[in-house]
Design a protein around this ligand. Structure first.
Ligand code: NAI
Length: 327
């Protein structure tokens, strides 16, 4: 399994690369960034794990060398939020960065699983899909927007109420998109079920939707979530790799192009959105089945979903338009 991190020298990229270097599923790790890749690569290369490692800058066909032969490409390249910025504010810069990297994927490793972390995910994933489509290489089963941090936050924040010993043992689907009110945690669908007092539900839901702001504020101008994001990105990448190697029964919430995934058409019809995060069954080919759990949402969650749909549709259209009518 060859894994590539694009944006590897950044706040997310470095800890994510560390986790991948230590992962026994990875035989070869290639790092790519526009700055500082040699240093990060040299540092990680001293770790006595299985994965061989190399790293590249753009010079001398660096992107091509990093991407060629990749089985999985994880993209945390781009600028992070500063206080007062929304994820959508990042659009102008990150849209171009993601477009450029996906053009490289289409050319050098069109069969790789592609995991997009760069925000705004609601728009960067449609950008990736449009670029791959234009290159004749789009396989919706292999393109994922990484929304795992929302799931990880939901698991963690609900623990303050339930008091369970291991928060990760409570599975909470978080659906919709990956910014503010497009993030919809379905606590009613938690497994095992959780009992959240009515008066605490609003606060808990908002904390998951705005969880990133807590970190942006605390870092006070030094960026957004990096360490928790690296953990979440690694957790999702590991599950994609485990499924690719034949492990069955893995289901993770992730932002996918619904019409290209089995079971997705009905969800697209119901939500009016072609891209949506839902629990997706992972298999050797990637996203093998989208689970429609929208019908099981309770009345409170259905209201949240109504708010989500409108905003998410706009974010998706913005991404598509960026590729179809470049600014
Ligand atoms: P950072 O600024 O610390 O790192 C970004 C890295 O990308 C830098 O090393 C930069 O040199 C590199 N880069 C820029 N242009 C590039 C290009 N064309 N090719 C390769 N590398 C390039 O930012 P950080 O904190 O690591 O965040 C990265 C992205 O992840 C941001 O867009 C941020 O909003 C997003 N993010 C996503 C989350 C999610 O849940 N999906 C959560 C937190 C952040």
């Amino acid at each position: 399994m060859k894994a590539v991190v694009a944006g590897a020298a950044g706040g997310i990229g470095q800890p994510l690369s560390l986790l991948l270097k230590a992962c026994p599923l990875v035989d070869h790790l290639s790092l790519y960034d526009v700055v500082n890749t040699p240093g990060v690569t040299a540092d990680l290369s001293h770790i006595s794990s299985i994965a061989k490692i190399d790293g590249y800058l753009p010079a001398d066909d660096g992107m091509k060398k990093a991407l060629t032969g990749a089985d999985i490409v994880i993209i945390p390249a781009g600028i992070p939020r500063k206080p007062g910025m929304t994820r959508d504010d990042l659009f102008k810069i990150n849209a171009g960065i993601v477009r450029g990297l996906i053009e490289g994927v289409a050319e050098h490793c069109p069969d790789a699983f592609v995991l997009v972390i760069s925000n705004p995910v609601n728009s960067t994933v449609p950008i990736a899909a449009e670029v791959l489509t234009a290159a004749g290489n789009f396989n919706a089963k292999k393109l994922f927007g990484v929304t795992t941090l929302d799931v990880v936050r939901a698991e963690t924040f609900v623990q303050a109420i339930t008091g369970t010993k291991d928060p990760a043992q409570t599975v909470i689907p978080v659906i919709g998109g990956h910014s503010g009110e497009t993030i919809v945690p379905l606590f009613s669908q938690a497994k095992p079920s959780v009992d959240i007092p009515k008066e605490k539900l609003d606060e808990l839901t908002k904390r998951v939707q705005q969880g990133g702001d807590e970190v942006v504020k605390a870092k006070d101008g030094a960026g957004s979530a990096t360490l928790s994001m690296a953990y979440a990105g690694y957790r999702f990448a590991e599950r994609v790799m485990q499924a690719a190697k034949g492990k069955s029964g893995i289901v993770e919430s992730t932002f996918v192009y619904l019409p290209g995934v089995e079971g997705g058409d009905a969800i697209a019809k119901e939500t009016g959105c072609n891209y949506f995060s839902v629990p997706v069954e992972l298999g050797k080919e990637g996203a093998v089945k989208a689970h429609n759990i929208i019908g099981s949402a309770n009345e409170y969650e259905k209201k949240l979903l109504q708010t989500c749909y409108g905003e998410l549709k706009g974010n998706i259209e913005k991404g598509i338009d960026f590729v179809k009518n470049p600014p």
